[in-house]
Design a protein around this ligand. Structure first.
Ligand SMILES: [Zn+2]
Length: 254
């Protein structure tokens, strides 16, 4: 027996292979025209003996639990969509796994929930920019905001973690550039500093060239990555994640 929420936030009872929705004090089978009903006597739930559903559908129960887990974790934890989906899939029986939603569909569910709940509305003035704690740290809980002049007329923000500064410190050369196209509204430009570690970039480049020429999937991935420069800034992260999910493992160095 499980009590969960539907995608619209309504109560659902999963009991003995059937799904019920709440109708005041009675639980009614979610299937149209089914007479199945259940009730609770405080702690335990029971089907009405004279109102039993016809055939149970265990796959559907698993699917409901799967979706509930994904939605709950998307809202309550910081784990990556890949990890959340992987963990939820791991619990599915092989029968349910076959009819389970596609990876991309689950991923979109997670992105939609996180967008709704965590992303503040777009600021209109510099004074509106209040960086919530969530965005001040990296996913490994390192402080990410390095400097904020809090000037409502000429706002300047600098982001970098200690680890990233340490990395730059070790680099023989830095590559710096300002870009105007992806800067958020109100800001004049986004200036970034990149470092490369000697000896690593060259073999990687040769390897990527070979991949581009010989592997269709890798070639498409690289073209898609290049195309990221032409899409609206607010879609970049979502699209990047999608490209990465569809990329061949070779590009991850596997
Ligand atoms: Zn029923």
């Amino acid at each position: 027996m499980s009590l969960i929420k539907s995608s619209k936030g309504n109560d659902r009872l999963l009991l003995d292979g059937f799904r019920y929705r709440r109708e005041r004090t009675v639980w009614r089978c979610v299937k149209d025209k089914c007479k199945g009903r259940a009730r609770s006597d405080g702690n335990t739930f029971k089907m009405y003996q004279d109102r039993v559903c016809q055939a149970s559908d265990p796959d559907e129960i698993e699917k409901a639990l799967f979706n509930y887990e994904i939605r709950t974790k998307a809202a309550e934890c910081h784990a990556s969509p890949r990890l959340i989906i992987h963990e939820a899939r791991f619990k599915l029986s092989s029968d349910a796994a076959i009819t389970n939603p596609q990876y991309n569909a689950s991923q979109r569910v997670i992105q939609r929930i996180r967008r709704d709940e965590n992303i503040p509305s777009e600021p209109k003035t510099f004074a509106d920019i209040v960086i919530v704690l969530n965005f001040q740290i990296t996913i490994t809980n390192e402080k990410f905001i390095l400097y904020d002049n809090n000037d409502d007329n000429r706002r300047l923000l600098i982001f970098a973690s200690k680890e990233q500064l340490g990395f730059l410190n070790q680099c023989e050369s830095w590559h710096c550039d300002g870009t105007f196209a992806v800067a958020p509204k109100m800001f004049e430009q986004m200036y970034s500093v990149h470092g490369s570690i000697r000896g690593k970039s060259l073999p990687l480049e040769i390897h990527l060239k070979k991949e581009f020429l010989e592997n269709d999937v890798s070639r498409r991935t690289m073209k898609n990555l290049a195309a990221l420069s032409f899409i609206p800034p607010q879609n970049v992260i979502e699209e990047f994640v999608r490209i990465k999910e569809n990329a061949s493992d070779v590009l991850d160095g596997k």
